[in-house]
Design a protein around this ligand. Sequence first.
Ligand code: IFM
Length: 473
Amino acid sequence: MALDLPARTAPAHHDDPLATLPADFRWGAATSAYQIEGAVAEDGRTPSIWDTLCRVPGAIDNGDTGDVACDHYHRMPADVALMRRLGLDTYRFSVSWPRVQPHGRGPANPAGLAFYDRLVDELLGRGITPWLTLYHWDLPQELEDAGGWPVRDTAHRFADYAELVHERLGDRVGHWTTFNEAWCSAMLGYVEGVHAPGRRNFADGVAAVHHLHLAHGLAAQRLRAAATRPLDIAVTHILSNTVPASASDLDREAARRADALGFRFYLDPVLRGSYPEDLVADLAARGVRIPVEDGDLEIISTPIDTLGVNYYRSFRASGTAEDGSTTTPDGLPVTRGLPMGDRPTTHLDWEVMPDDFADLLTRIARDYPGIPLVITENGAAYDDKPDASGFVADADRTAYLASHLAAVAEARSRGADVRGYLVWSLLDNFEWAYGYDKRFGIVRVDYETQERIPKQSALWLRDTIAAHRARHA
Ligand code: IFM
């Protein structure tokens, strides 16, 4: 499909903060399998936990499902051609586990793997680096039926799956991310129950985090051992700052607890080889133990090459509940997340806070020195209003991207080794429990016709990338 893209939208400014980004800065976009592929019952794919959750009445807004999504499974070559026209040098996609290993164990499904084979070749043919994520939340339902992530065996199943994908694609794919956002899989899926598999048990969520970490480490070792070319192995976490709502000891303690459970629980084991002591004590106070076995932390802290950072927003933490109490009915201290306040918000009511993004990246660089960072997701849902031709003049999203890229440049100037920025997302897509109503794409998808229409933000990004390349030519 030939797309007529309008002329440039972003004049180059001498005082452009992006002028400080290095010549080899990576520019790309990210998606995930269940959110865009559709074709859920084709070529041997079996249901994942998301197919199952989508069938639960009331679980997903509007009763939406990923059955068709953006029909990317059938439109992949045109989507890759569009990426090329936007000037992206990197495309981060995820592999659907139930598509390539339908039972979550045992032999590969050649027809499923063939899709990713074609995708990788199509990308390489257009000069785009494939960045493969092995797990973006679509656990084969059969593995959930066997216990899911709270069960240790799932980590071993994942390592086998990683090796099987590598066997087929490892000759052409150099960038491997094991997991996308373990926090979401564990906490939204097993504690809050708003994501698949929709369970609600805190201890299960904690066990899930540990087994996701273990699976990451086991897979990193298998990939490294099987590699026939240098691999860049990464894991991606969604990360936020949590600042105390006031200078009181109560709020400072609440912020510490939130930071331990929401931030350090994810980075410390991978990058320091230990769980934070204060987290372990907080969990013990709740009667919960992380199910660590001998040798696990060595596996989990297998050296990686890149940390993927997904950033959307930050929070304040208060030690006082809405009703004024400072302890829960179980006698635990209250930890209440609050908005930062006085910030514009997106269609999801998420606050827009690029300054906090710069602070977050600076903090990661300070507390976990030596690990290169890539922004593997950042973007915003806005209530896009297309004009008569379907074009979306999304000035809000464009400003969002510009300010967050400026924050990356700012963080770099403070010493954060950020090497790339992958926008979330290439296409409007299935936004999990919110269905299709919340649009994150820089490219509009008309779900009736499956037409792709680059928004103003896509054209801005195209021109920003072109200006970057021209600057370094
Ligand atoms: O759409 C999601 C994505 O799958 C994971 N990171 C956050 C995005 C926006 O909610």
